[in-house]
Design a protein. Structure first.
Length: 399
């Protein structure tokens, strides 16, 4: 019963995370689009920077943006913040439920670094806190006055961290750590900069003072950072299901390219929203980036590629012995591994027929990448992975 309840907690927190994320991303993308599509005209209220007319759901909407603030506070004001907070809180819940409570499986890989669970969790939490502090200080430094230079330094900062985390955690753990870090930076922008600055503007209006325009400019900068980081963090969220991303040899470099591809796609749409000529070249850059990712993922892990094969052809009997001995304790009708009640994703590998049926998944998860078993808890050797790869590459023959 405990396992059933835990599984439902996982599902409900994940559902909450997806719902909140959709709400946050939707409002963020909408307001960036709205801000970019505003047009100036004569007759706008004092302090207004532009207006936009839109139609949706059978009605017309007339939006006006004030560059700093209106002359007086409106009676009602809607704040967009709980979507961001709920996304981060539910995301941290998932990080704790999946990665911290099962750190031996999903965060720690003894072949990378044999960390005790407490150390892995401590490093993860410290990385989130320090990552936010460094990013925040970069934005507040003189570097923050130049958006291009700040973006370049921020990109290098994230890539260096991604590379560092691959030396501390498993590939899966490193990717989730980066996703949690980027998400923390984004919600930190909302909680520590955007909302406080907006509150200062409101307070100034209530006192009858003119708000400081620098407050809005700083909030807008952080909002645009969130906009450009959204697509990469979404990639990291779903990459957990794709070992070619998180468990391949150049996983950190793949993430670096994803940061560029995601940002360049957002640049295309942000430019179009402004009514400027569409930068179609961005799709060429994005295509090259995706092709580079596919090419990088084609390389086997270094230790597997270096493993020496026996001179005679690999037989199915050799592969069956490896899979049954290393994988079937979880991938059977009634798993015997503690804490696993049903075979992961319904995949069973306890008979010759089932092993051949799932040859493609075995190849991607345990031969071409190091995704399975999690944390290499059954200590599959590089030579065994190389045997599996050779058998499948030769056609996965039954004899």
């Amino acid at each position: 019963m405990q396992l059933v309840l835990w599984e439902w907690v996982d599902l409900l927190v994940r559902w909450t995370h997806v719902i909140a994320g959709i709400a946050w991303i939707g409002s963020s993308f909408y307001f960036v689009h709205l801000d970019s599509s505003l047009k100036r005209r004569d007759g706008l209220p004092s302090g207004a920077g532009g207006e936009a007319w839109q139609v949706h759901g059978g009605g017309f909407y007339h939006m006006v943006k004030y560059l700093v603030a209106p002359a007086r506070m409106p009676d009602e004001l809607t704040w967009f913040k709980w979507e961001a907070y709920a996304t981060w809180l539910s995301g941290m819940g998932l990080l704790i439920i999946i990665y911290y409570f099962s750190a031996e499986l999903y965060m720690i890989d003894p072949a990378v670094l044999a960390l005790p669970v407490w150390a892995a969790v401590a490093i993860s939490l410290a990385g989130l806190a320090l990552g936010w502090v460094v990013y925040d200080q970069l934005c507040k430094s003189p570097l923050g006055r130049d958006d291009t230079k700040l973006a370049a330094v921020g990109f290098v900062f994230l890539v260096v961290l991604a590379y560092l985390f691959t030396w501390l955690f498993s590939g899966r753990g490193a990717y989730m750590q980066m996703g949690a870090l980027i998400g923390t930076m984004m919600v930190g922008n909302v909680a520590m900069n955007i909302i406080p600055n907006q509150k200062k503007v409101v307070a100034a209006l209530l006192r009858g003072e003119e708000p400081d325009p620098a407050l809005g400019a700083a909030a807008k900068q952080r909002s645009m950072h969130n906009n450009y980081l959204t697509l990469p963090v979404l990639f990291v969220m779903i990459s957990n299901h794709y070992p070619l991303a998180f468990a391949s040899r150049f996983n950190w470099l793949i993430l670096a390219i994803v940061l560029v591809v995601g940002a360049i796609i957002r640049h295309f749409y942000n430019t179009r929203h402004k009514g400027l000529p569409s930068p179609w070249w961005t799709w060429g850059v994005a295509t090259v980036g995706v092709l580079a990712i596919v090419w990088l993922s084609s390389f086997k892990p270094a230790e597997v590629a270096a493993a020496v094969l026996p001179e005679e052809p690999v037989s199915f009997a050799q592969v069956e012995e490896i899979v049954v001995g290393r994988c079937s304790m979880c991938h059977m009708a009634e798993p015997v591994w503690e804490g696993i009640a049903v075979p992961p994703k319904g995949v069973m590998l306890d008979t010759p027929e089932r092993i051949r049926l799932h040859a493609r998944q075995i190849y991607l998860q345990a031969a071409h990448t190091l995704a399975m078993p999690p944390g290499n808890v059954t200590e599959v050797t590089a030579e065994e992975r190389r045997l599996i790869a050779a058998w499948i590459e030769a056609g996965a023959k039954a004899e």
